[in-house]
Design a protein around this ligand. Structure first.
Ligand code: ZN
Length: 116
């Protein structure tokens, strides 16, 4: 697996994540669509916040299953946290926030979150 570095725009929040990211999920729900996410999910163990825990604020909506953490300064949501409904906690990676990562080669999977 590869290790990537991710961050918000201003750099207050940064992290490392390991994984093989060949596909990106594009969700059409009212939230993801607005933010323009390309998402991947990894087990929490593969995610390490480097800095910015105190620079983030959290947005929750609908069933409040997911913590949409975003930078208080620049507003970018580089990652999030939630569970899959079976108690497995996952970290949501916004692939657009990874450094040296080419999103144009991703296989895009459309997810119909708007119908949930
Ligand atoms: Zn920021």
């Amino acid at each position: 697996m590869q290790t990537y570095h991710g961050s918000c725009h201003c750099g207050a929040v940064s992290y490392t994540v390991t994984g093989e990211f060949t596909e990106g999920m594009r969700c059409n729900c009212s939230h993801c669509k607005r933010k323009g996410f390309l998402l991947a999910f990894v087990p929490d163990e593969q995610f390490q916040l480097e800095k910015g825990a105190d620079q983030e604020t959290v947005y929750r909506f609908n069933k409040h299953h997911i913590d949409h953490t975003f930078c208080k300064t620049c507003g970018v949501q580089s990652h999030g946290h939630g569970h899959d409904g079976n108690g497995h906690y996952m970290t949501m990676i916004n692939l657009n926030c990874l450094e040296n990562f080419d999103t144009s080669s991703l296989k895009i999977n459309d997810f119909d979150g708007a119908s949930l």
